[in-house]
Design a protein around this ligand. Sequence first.
Ligand code: CAA
Length: 259
Amino acid sequence: MSFVKLEICDEIAVITIDRQKALNALNKQVLNNLENVFKSIDVNQVRVVILTGAGKKAFVAGADISEMHKMNFMEGKEFSKYGNGIFRRIELLSIPVIAAVNGFALGGGNELAMSCDIRICSENALFGQPETCLGIIPGFGGTQRLSRVIGSLSKAKELIYTGKTIGAQEALRIGLVSAVYKQEDLLERALEMARNIADNAPIAVKHAKYAINYGREMFMKDALDIEAIEFAQCFETADQVEGMDAFLTKRTDRNFMNK
Ligand code: CAA
């Protein structure tokens, strides 16, 4: 039995974490299922992934506390490296991943959302890194990604040191999410955004993701060199010819072939 479901429709994959009795908490099996589902995505066919949680209450309520509470140093290190490996795979997947955060996104849940390219959420969403309340620290990337995502070291440190949670509107205000929707509209809005992205030249979107992701880990000079290479590679694609030809001939029926 898998706790992670995959549906693919019209070049958009929807991945749903479904372990509702534990608010979709990430135990090793869920992590393993998540890893396998992401590995199975054919990035030449799928153009955008949406990641969400099953039910109306939780996206993911964190790493599984009952599985962690007896861990020792070596097990803790292994668990962190395992989760970090999967989340890094998601972050570096060549196509965009949208997190549709439909409720609690705590600890590993917030860290999972932050490994996605874009986060949107429902009005009932609650975000936080409550690990210090449990006697640990964020172990799936939160100590590194939170400040990078929201662009405020002070706010990231405040959230991690206090362990306090924030609601959807505060998450929007600090830039943790891009938009807040009614819960019943969230998936449709995510699909709308995914369709919008999927309508654009897929290879260009991949080059943009690569330049943004790798560039932000470098010095500006080197990052701009990466951008120049990724920009240049677009000119070797049929889709660049199609996109510019459509503009210049005032055609609205652009047809990107992913070539
Ligand atoms: N791990 C394991 N089980 C969890 C869980 C978690 N992270 N979060 C919720 N559950 C389980 C509860 O134990 C409960 O199970 P039982 O019915 O068997 O008792 C079930 O899910 C429902 O939860 P609650 O009854 O607590 O629901 P609630 O609505 O009263 O509260 C909540 C919801 C505020 C999210 C609360 O469940 C909670 O605080 N959960 C823990 C959140 C947390 O601390 N997350 C961080 C984990 S550490 C981490 O993620 C480390 C890392 O970076 C890798």
